[in-house]
Design a protein. Structure first.
Length: 278
C-alpha cells in the first residue's frame, strides 16, 4: 500500500483475493456489554469498518448487535474473530466457530484466526479452518502469535497459506525477520497492541518525534506500523482516543524518523511470548 494515499478506507488484497481494511478497532477488554456496543457504534459512525474480536474476549454478541443495528450493509464491514486455546482440534474448532457465528448473529465472518499455536493440536485445528473456508463460512483464514518456526511448520503441512499472521508489533518489538518472512510468503502481518498497552507512550525518544509532527505518541506508533505495510488494530474504550487513533492519515513519517523509531527495538513485549512454544 502506498503511504501517500492511506486513509481509513484503504484496503489491501489478501493472498486469496479478499480485501481487508488496513486500519481497524481492537476490542479486547472493551468493557461492559453496553459500553462495547456504544464503542463499536461510535467507531462505525466515524468511519471504522474493521473490527477485531475473539471467542476469548466474550464480546462477540455485543459487537454483532452493534453491527446489525448500524444500518451499514454487512458486506461493507470486515469482522475478525478467533479460535481460543481450549477449543483446538478438528471437531471442537468447528463447534467453536458455530458458537462465535451464533453469538455474532452473522451469516459469515471475514477472517477467522487460530488465536495461539497450541502444541499438538494447532495443525488439526487448521484443517477445520480450511473446511470453514471451503464451505464459505469465512472469507479468509489465518493465525495469530505464530513465529517463523510455526509458520514454516504450517506451510510444510498445508497447501492453504494463512492470509494473516496477527502478532504484537510496534517499534519497541520490531519483529523485522518475521515481517520479512511473511512478506516473502505473501502473508499479511497484522499488529495488535500497537500502542504497547500505553506502557511506552511516555518514552522520551518517541515523544520527541511526536512533537516534531504535532501528533500524539500513539498516533506516531500507529502511523509507523501503517508505513511498514502492516495492518493495525489499536484498541481503546474512550471515544476521544478512538477518534485520535484514527487521525493518522494526514501526515507521513520521514525515512529518517522511521529509522529512529526502528532503533527503539528492545524485544519489549506487553503480551505473551510465543517464542517459547515448540
Amino acid at each position: 500500500m502506498s503511504e501517500d494515499h492511506l486513509s481509513i478506507d484503504t484496503k489491501v488484497f489478501l493472498n486469496n483475493g479478499v480485501e481487508m481494511p488496513v486500519f481497524g478497532l481492537g476490542t479486547y477488554l472493551s468493557g461492559s456489554s453496553r459500553e462495547t456496543r456504544d464503542i463499536v457504534s461510535y467507531a462505525l459512525e466515524i468511519g471504522h469498518r474493521h473490527f477485531d474480536t475473539a471467542r476469548f474476549y466474550g464480546n462477540e454478541r455485543d459487537i454483532g448487535e452493534a453491527i446489525r443495528g448500524s444500518g451499514i450493509p454487512r458486506e461493507d464491514i470486515f469482522i475478525t474473530t478467533k479460535l481460543w486455546n481450549d477449543d483446538h482440534g478438528f471437531h471442537r474448532a468447528l463447534g467453536a466457530f458455530d458458537e462465535s457465528l451464533r453469538d455474532l448473529g452473522l451469516d459469515y465472518v471475514d477472517l477467522y484466526l487460530i488465536h495461539w499455536p497450541v502444541q499438538g493440536l494447532r495443525n488439526e485445528s487448521w484443517r477445520a479452518l480450511e473446511k470453514l473456508l471451503v464451505d464459505g463460512r469465512c472469507r479468509a483464514i489465518g493465525v495469530s502469535n505464530y513465529t517463523i518456526a510455526h509458520l514454516k511448520e504450517l506451510l510444510d503441512l498445508s497447501p492453504v497459506m494463512p492470509s494473516i499472521n496477527q502478532v504484537e508489533f510496534h517499534p519497541f518489538l520490531y519483529q523485522k525477520d518475521l515481517l520479512a518472512f511473511c512478506r516473502s510468503n505473501d502473508i499479511r502481518l497484522e499488529s495488535y497492541s500497537p500502542l504497547t498497552k500505553g506502557r511506552k507512550l511516555d518514552d522520551l525518544r518517541l515523544g520527541e518525534i511526536a512533537r516534531a509532527y504535532a501528533k500524539s505518541p500513539a498516533q506516531i506508533l500507529i502511523r509507523w506500523a501503517l508505513q511498514k505495510d502492516v495492518i493495525v488494530i489499536p484498541k481503546s474504550s474512550r471515544k476521544e482516543k478512538i477518534r485520535e487513533n484514527a487521525a493518522v492519515f494526514d501526515f507521513a513519517i520521514s525515512g529518517e524518523d522511521m529509522d529512529r523509531l526502528d532503533a527503539l527495538h528492545g524485544n519489549f513485549r506487553v503480551t505473551w511470548d510465543p517464542t517459547t512454544v515448540p
